[in-house]
Design a protein around this ligand. Structure first.
Ligand code: ZN
Length: 93
């Protein structure tokens, strides 16, 4: 969060806006969740857990836009589809 969503004052890393007094703690909690889910998605990608990585990145993106989470989601989704396709090809061969 760069600015208070109520008054647009610059965010100063405090849970209460210094200008309008808005309680920003729920938004900070959502941002923390998004960051944790994004890190989880990256970690799951490293171990090739594509479906879980895809879902974690997707959950991160429901909370906050992030180009990293977006890239991880698309990459994990494609890798999962490739894996599924190969499994079906083996089953049908
Ligand atoms: Zn404010």
């Amino acid at each position: 969060m760069e600015r208070c969503p109520i008054c647009r004052a610059r965010f100063k890393n405090e849970p209460v806006c210094y200008r309008c007094g808005a309680d920003l703690s729920p938004l900070l909690a959502i941002e923390a969740e998004a960051a944790a889910l994004e890190q989880q998605a990256v970690a799951l990608t490293k171990t090739g857990q594509w479906l879980d990585a895809w879902q974690a990145a997707d959950q991160a993106l429901t909370r906050r836009h992030s180009s990293l989470a977006f890239a991880v989601r698309e990459f994990a989704r494609r890798q999962w589809i490739v894996g599924e396709t190969r499994q079906w090809e083996r089953l049908l061969a």
